[in-house]
Design a protein around this ligand. Structure first.
Ligand code: GDG
Length: 483
């Protein structure tokens, strides 16, 4: 067996150009955090974009970028500003992302963006084909590269290809509105195995294939002439040990980080008040339900005034896709909402919301997870949501309460959390109260079960399961062909 080639839009590293040199930092986001552990251990190369427009990398630093990427077994695909606009901000994030998260009114159908999406998928395909041996296995990731499996298959009919979709696959009634729906489905069907986080996404996909391509499936398999495509669900886990170890280490040695954030958190921890901490962590994205979460928190303070000065919401919103108008509008809305609630409820000794619009070092994230009493996670749609799982893993003393939206893929596995409908304010408000008042024994009882499950189904197991299923699917096809 050869190597595994992982392909995703972004590499797990981010290149920034400083004065006359380059700076390499890890990239933030669910896919990168999750797959990094798999990549580190195995014999794999990772193909993707560095996050910098090609024109902005000076010629004399191009070699250095390649060299730095290679140190981490990564191969950069260069994208021009024009490609980033059409393929990434355009078709990926103004068409597919909103549509697949049921924000149909945000979804734009621009033929030029579609053309760019096809061209850039072809560019990734060429990068793969240049590095591909016949016995290699190819693992394509996510909604930016839906056409890639077929593009590779057309050139290498026998190669093993897996595809995993990290975001929801919407109901066929939503998916069918896409003008390029046939090409997208055919692109995905170039894989031998197509994986989703949940059974629902898998059913939606199979139903779309039946409705749009008129292809039936039997026992999750679609027969396409001389090929069979298997479709299955693989709920992504986390590197459990990494999060629980980091949390234990943090508790033993106070952080030396002297950031504004750290000072604030230390202040909160050391303050004599018994104020409880609720955390909220996401990329600033309209699918994460951030604005409604703040509104619900405001409503909570109004409905239960006895909680004034007794609770604090620490909100970390990581900047994301800042070129897309909806994200700019959301930023404005969140700024205003935070201002309004702080303006209305704050006292001399107390600010109800601490809001950070930036990304934070891993250690701060761990500190935030482990020093809070409640995690409030209320996406209106979310493929999985790893933050919910990471929160549970850092609770080494098994206290803490997770409030989680039923619209997150993770809700299917985390039944012991307080599960809410993110559109039901009253329910969120009551869940906040229940969480703040939950007896320690009950918190421990719930978290014990959650931790047991998350410890067992880690990201490593997820990747192994996917790859084993891919091999099984491929072997079965070869056997059928031989018979
Ligand atoms: C997509 C899907 C699916 C966040 N802020 C910081 C930071 N993070 C890390 C978290 C976590 C990751 O980013 C976020 O993952 P999520 O899963 O919550 O969300 P998306 O980025 O939307 O991911 C999602 C995922 O793909 C995987 O398939 O679950 O549904 O939308 O790991 O820890 N990390 C650091 N600083 C931060 O400020 N270091």
């Amino acid at each position: 067996m050869g190597k595994t080639i992982i392909i995703s839009n972004r590499l797990p590293l981010q290149i920034n150009i400083t004065e006359k040199d380059i700076e390499v930092t890890p990239s933030v986001g669910g896919l990168a955090t999750g797959l990094k552990s798999f990549h580190k251990e195995g014999d794999s190369i990772w193909i993707g974009w560095t996050g910098m427009p090609e024109e902005e990398i000076p010629d004399d630093l191009k070699g250095k970028v390649l060299e730095e990427a290679k140190k981490q077994n990564c191969l950069p695909v260069d994208l021009t500003s024009e490609e980033i606009e059409g393929f990434y901000y355009g078709f990926s994030n103004r068409t597919i992302w909103p549509l697949f998260h049921y924000f149909m009114e945000y979804s734009e159908f621009e033929p030029e963006d579609w053309e760019s999406y096809k061209r850039v998928n072809q560019k990734y395909a060429e990068a793969v084909l240049e590095n591909l041996n016949d016995d290699d296995e190819v693992w394509v990731h996510d909604y930016q590269l839906l056409l890639l499996p077929k593009m590779i298959r057309d050139k290498k009919p026998n190669v093993t290809i897996g595809f995993f979709n990290h975001i929801p696959f919407p109901s066929s009634e939503v998916f069918r509105t896409l003008p390029w729906r046939e090409e997208i489905l055919e692109g995905m069907l170039g894989a031998d195995l197509i994986g989703f986080h949940t059974y629902d996404y898998e059913r939606h996909f199979l139903r779309s294939v039946k409705l749009i391509l008129r292809k039936d499936s039997t026992f999750n398999e679609i027969h396409l002439g001389n090929r069979i495509v298997r479709v299955d669900s693989f709920p992504m886990g986390i590197d459990y040990q990494k999060f629980s170890d980091a949390s234990l280490n943090q508790q033993n040695q106070p952080s030396s980080e002297n950031s504004n954030f750290q000072k604030k958190l230390d202040y909160h921890k050391n303050s004599t008040s018994d104020a409880k901490l609720i955390i909220s962590i996401d990329r600033l994205d309209y699918t994460k339900g951030i604005a409604n979460r703040i509104r619900a928190y405001g409503y909570f303070l109004e409905k239960y005034p006895e909680y004034k000065e007794k609770v604090r919401l620490v909100m970390l919103a990581v900047p994301s896709r800042t070129n897309v108008p909806q994200y700019q509008l959301l930023k404005k809305e969140v700024d205003e909402l935070v201002g309004r609630i702080n303006g209305r409820f704050a006292t001399v000794n107390w600010t109800p919301i601490w809001y950070f619009f930036r990304s934070m070092p891993f250690e701060n994230l761990i500190d935030l997870y482990s020093s809070s009493d409640v995690a409030l996670i209320t996406p209106t749609r979310d493929g999985m949501n790893l933050v919910a799982k990471e929160y549970i893993a850092t609770r080494t003393d098994q206290t803490g309460v997770l409030i989680l939206s039923e619209m997150a893929g993770a809700a299917h596995e985390l039944n012991e959390a307080l599960i809410i409908n993110p559109n039901n304010f009253e329910q969120i408000v009551d869940a906040i109260k229940t969480a703040l008042e939950m007896p320690k024994e009950e918190q421990i009882r719930r978290n014990k079960m959650l931790q047991k499950r998350l410890k067992r189904y880690t990201v490593e197991k997820w990747a192994k399961d996917f790859m084993n299923s891919l091999r099984e699917a491929k072997n079965r096809i070869s056997k059928i062909k031989a018979e």
